[in-house]
Ligand binder design. Structure first.
Ligand SMILES: Cc1cc2nc3c(=O)[nH]c(=O)nc-3n(C[C@H](O)[C@H](O)[C@H](O)COP(=O)(O)OP(=O)(O)OC[C@H]3O[C@@H](n4cnc5c(N)ncnc54)[C@H](O)[C@@H]3O)c2cc1C
Length: 301
C-alpha cells in the first residue's frame, strides 16, 4: 500500500480546497499537486508544491538579456536557446518540492545529488513500517557480464524462487527482531536509533525533497538515463512525467538537447567529419579506445 489512509485523507483534504492567488500558476502542475504517483512496490512520488512556470524562466532571461531577447520571437524559442547555450540560471527560478517514499538503497544514490534540500523521516523518533522492496520477477536480474555496474537477464527457475525467498524471509526476520528489540512490553526496550541498524537496505524511507529546475534536470539527465539503475530510474521517469506537464517548453528542450542528445569529444567529432568525407573509420584508426568506440557507435546507432 503506497499511501497510508492518513496520507490519503490529507491529500483529499488539500485537493478539496482552493485559494485565490496572484502568483503564477502552471495548469499542468496543478493536476499533479498532492497526487501520489506509485513507484516500485510500496513507493511513490507526489508533488507537494512548486514555484514558477515556463514564463518565469523567460522573465528571468529577459532581465539578463534585456532588449537582446527581442530577436527571439517566443517563449519556447527563448527556452530552447537558453538550454542549447547552457545559460542555466533562468531555470533556477523554478522550484519543486516532492514527497518521495523510496527504499533506503535508492535513497543512498539519490542523496548524492547535493544541490537539493532534504528532510527525511526520522527513524530515531518514529518506528519504521514493515515495508520492503522486493523486485518483481522481471527486475530480479543476474549480474551483467559486460558491465560491472549493471544487470543482465532476469533470473529464472529455482534460483529466482530461492532469491525471492531469501529477500522476503531475511527482511521479515530482521523486522521481527527490530520490533522485539524496541518493544517496552516487559523490558526496557532498545532505543529506536540503535534498533534500526538491524534493518536491511530495501526497507522504505520517506523524505521531502526540494530542488530548483536546473538541478532537477541535471538529476533527471543522470537518473532517467537508460544506464541508471532501474530502481532509481523509475522514480526519475515518474518525475519526468510531472516536469513535462509543469514546464512543457523547458522539458521539451531538455528532452531534445540533453536526454535525447549526446556530447561528443573532439576525437569523435573528427571521426564523423572523416566519415562524411567518405573515409572508412574503424576503432583502430579512430584514435579512440575500445570502450570509447563502443559508446561512440552506441550514439550513432
Ligand atoms: C552512473 C553513475 C554511477 C555512479 N557511481 C558512483 C560510485 O560508484 N560511487 C560514488 O560515490 N558515486 C557514484 N555516483 C554518484 C556521482 O559521482 C555523483 O555524486 C552524483 O551523480 C551527483 O552528481 P553531481 O555531483 O553532479 O550532483 P549535485 O550534487 O546535485 O551537484 C550538481 C553540480 O553542482 C556542483 N557541485 C555540487 N557540489 C559541489 C562540490 N562540493 N564541489 C564542487 N562542485 C560541486 C557540480 O558542478 C555538480 O555537477 C554515480 C552516479 C552515476 C550517474
Amino acid at each position: 500500500m503506497p499511501l497510508t489512509s492518513e496520507q490519503q485523507a490529507e491529500i483529499d483534504d488539500l485537493r478539496s480546497t482552493t485559494q485565490p492567488t496572484l502568483r503564477a500558476v502552471a495548469p499542468g502542475a496543478e493536476k499533479h499537486l498532492y497526487t501520489a504517483h506509485p513507484v516500485l512496490d510500496h513507493g511513490f512520488v507526489r508533488m507537494v508544491d512548486y514555484m514558477g512556470d515556463d514564463a518565469a524562466i523567460c522573465q528571468a532571461a529577459r532581465v539578463s538579456y534585456g532588449k537582446g531577447t527581442k530577436s527571439v520571437q517566443n517563449d519556447e524559442g527563448l527556452i530552447r536557446y537558453l538550454m542549447r547555450h547552457w545559460h542555466s540560471t533562468p531555470f533556477e527560478m523554478c522550484e519543486i518540492k516532492l514527497h518521495v517514499k523510496l527504499p533506503v538503497f535508492v535513497a543512498r544514490q539519490w542523496i548524492r545529488h547535493r544541490t537539493a534540500n532534504v528532510n527525511e523521516y526520522s527513524a530515531r523518533y518514529s518506528i519504521l513500517d514493515r515495508e520492503f522492496y522486493i523486485p518483481a520477477p522481471d527486475a530480479l536480474a543476474a549480474q551483467s557480464v559486460v558491465n560491472n555496474q549493471g544487470r543482465g537477464e532476469a533470473l529464472s527457475g529455482d534460483e529466482a524462487q530461492r532469491v525471492l525467498r531469501y529477500l522476503t524471509d531475511d527482511a521479515m526476520r530482521c523486522y521481527d527482531h527490530y520490533e522485539e528489540m524496541i518493544s517496552q512490553d516487559g523490558q526496557q526496550g532498545l532505543a529506536r536509533e540503535l534498533a534500526r541498524m538491524n534493518l536491511p537496505a530495501n526497507i522504505y524511507t520517506q523524505w521531502y525533497w526540494k530542488v530548483d529546475l536546473h538541478n532537477l534536470l541535471h538529476f533527471l539527465r543522470l537518473r532517467a538515463d537508460a544506464h541508471a539503475q532501474y530502481e532509481i530510474r523509475v522514480y526519475a521517469d515518474a518525475i519526468c512525467s510531472i516536469v513535462r506537464d509543469w514546464v512543457p517548453f523547458a522539458y521539451s528542450a531538455f528532452e531534445d538537447y540533453r536526454l535525447g542528445g549526446a556530447t561528443l569529444s573532439a576525437t569523435a567529432l573528427a571521426c564523423i567529419q572523416r566519415m562524411l568525407k567518405g573515409e572508412e573509420v574503424t576503432q583502430e584508426n579512430s584514435g579512440m579506445s575500445k570502450g570509447e568506440w563502443r559508446e561512440f557507435m552506441g550514439v550513432l546507432e
